[in-house]
Ligand binder design. Structure first.
Ligand SMILES: Cc1ncc(COP(=O)(O)O)c(C=O)c1O
Ligand SMILES: N[C@@H](CCOP(=O)(O)O)C(=O)O
Length: 481
């Protein structure tokens, strides 16, 4: 399988090179030259597979430069009930991502947050940790990962990479904008290969720094800079798997369809759903849910993409989605404009200069219905009401991001064809956002025993200005040492 850049760079690398490379040399994002198609016979054969078997079957279509036996061993090692052990009582941890039905067969949560850091990022990040180690060992190389987080990617990456040989992680987070639990998860790690940097600014500032450093080809090559954000194709590829698993769990036969509602910020999670649908998975609707930072909702309603500046991005109680410049959105727009890299370059010239673009009158936007997307947004008051309602109606406690998803799923339910199960992706567990759970329910969320008292542990973090040169200097000093 060869990959191309959304901005048209001539090279056509294979998977392992883009795993280590992250962004394409022209600043674009990698996508497969064509999306592999899944036949009905394959869907039938995959229905009974375990998560690890399914991951191997799907990833084999995208990863053709790792021997099959090795890829299978990596999937088997990654997707175990020991790693993804926090399933809700009554749901089987062996399923890895069980569906928790709120209304049997009709309305459920796809449990994606049962991994070590209690957010859906673990689904891909644990695999990346094992893939990085495998490829770096084979090549005798090292990597210095530079990442940006609004709260969950950071801890998932750090937990996945801690102790891995050949890997250092430099993780930028927005200073003072994450929950106390999220901060503690990251900043309490004392491993030698983990560096936390809190930048004064928002997630988008941190993400811009990651892109600026990655776009300095000489620096990137000299200091072996890699990526773990969903700009790295490997993240998206790994996330495709749970759409298939969720589909099989929610249906009895491959003649049925499913609708997924996806809490969205950087557009990585739902981009994986889009690709699963392009591969032939029978997804009736992909419902995109935002919080008050509703740039993506605005696009799907109007065709206008208007990224906001950091000062206009709100700090909300679903902080991991406080994102106004969704870097992964470029992958979807590439498909929307007929995979024309010149159009993408033109559109992102405006975005990179802080401007909007308007596709409302374009041919692509006229066909947007074919992609199955609908969207909606949610507010702090909606989150509180939804957390309360789900708890009262079903006895199930959900986190603030999943609450955004449930609220928008309810708003959009009328657009889902009759008889089609509606599944909301559960993107984090409530304990990560205990402040808002207390406000909504007047009680503490459940907390795994191993994470008891995490907020009281000593923390190690460097606070810095969002300054590209200073961040580079920080990396050079650590890597040199
Ligand atoms: C808990 C949670 N929910 C939802 C999202 C949104 O996912 P994405 O950025 O892939 O759209 C994120 C991160 O962005 C997250 O951490
Ligand atoms: N919500 C994310 C933001 C980064 O998204 P990514 O999927 O591109 O890594 C976070 O929690 O950090």
């Amino acid at each position: 399988m060869k990959y191309l850049s959304t901005r048209g760079h001539a090279a056509r690398p294979e998977f392992c090179d883009i795993l280590l490379g992250g962004l394409a040399p022209d600043g674009g994002l990698y996508l497969p030259e064509t999306y592999p198609q899944v036949s009905r016979a394959e869907l039938d054969a995959w229905r009974g597979l375990s998560y690890a078997e399914l991951a191997f079957a799907i990833l084999s279509k995208f990863i053709t430069d790792i021997p099959a036996n090795d890829l299978k061993a990596i999937c088997d090692k990654t997707y175990t009930a020991d790693v993804y052990c926090f399933a809700r009582p009554g749901d089987d941890p062996a399923d890895i991502t069980p569906v928790h039905w709120l209304e049997q067969g009709k309305f459920g949560l796809l449990e994606l947050s049962n991994g070590p850091t209690l957010a859906f990022k673990d689904m891909a990040m644990q695999l990346l940790g094992n893939l990085f180690e495998y490829v770096l060992d084979k090549r005798g190389e090292q990597i210095n990962i530079l990442g940006a987080t609004s709260g969950d990617t950071g801890s998932a990456a750090e937990y996945a990479m801690r102790g891995k040989h050949g890997v250092r992680v430099f993780m930028l987070s927005p200073h003072g904008k994450m929950s106390a639990f999220q901060r503690a998860q990251m900043y309490s790690l004392q491993d030698d290969n983990i560096y936390n940097i809190a930048v004064s600014g928002m997630f988008d500032d941190a993400q811009d720094i990651v892109k600026a450093v990655s776009n300095d080809a000489a620096f990137k090559a000299r200091y072996k800079i890699g990526a773990v954000n969903s700009i790295n194709w490997a993240r998206v590829a790994a996330q495709i798997v749970y759409y298939f698993k969720g589909y099989f769990a929610a249906t009895q036969s491959n003649d049925q369809q499913v609708a997924f509602c996806v809490p969205s910020g950087n557009f990585g999670n739902i981009c994986a759903g889009h690709i699963a649908r392009q591969m032939g998975l029978p997804i009736a609707k992909l419902i995109l849910a935002t919080n008050e930072n509703d740039v993506l909702d605005e696009f799907f309603r109007t065709g206008m993409y208007r990224p906001r500046k950091a000062a206009e991005t709100l700090v909300t109680s679903s902080p991991s989605m406080d994102i106004s410049k969704a870097s992964n959105f470029e992958r979807f727009v590439f498909d929307l404009v007929g995979r024309d890299p010149h159009k993408v370059v033109e559109l992102w010239k405006s975005v990179d200069a802080g401007g909007p673009f308007d596709l409302s009158a374009s041919e692509g936007f006229a066909r947007i219905g074919n992609f199955g997307f609908i969207s909606g947004s949610s507010s702090h008051a909606d989150r509180l009401a939804t957390i309360r309602q789900v708890f009262e109606l079903y006895g199930t406690m959900i986190d603030t991001h999943t609450a955004d998803g449930v609220k928008v799923a309810w708003d959009c339910a009328a657009c889902v064809p009759a008889g089609v199960p509606l599944v909301v992706l559960e993107t984090a567990l409530p304990v990560k956002f205990a402040e808002t759970i207390r406000e909504a329910l007047g009680r503490e969320p459940e907390r795994p025993a191993e994470l008891e008292g995490i907020e009281q542990l000593p923390q190690r973090v460097e606070v810095m200005a969002p300054d590209v040169a200073a961040i580079k200097h920080f990396i050079v000093e650590r890597v040199g040492a």
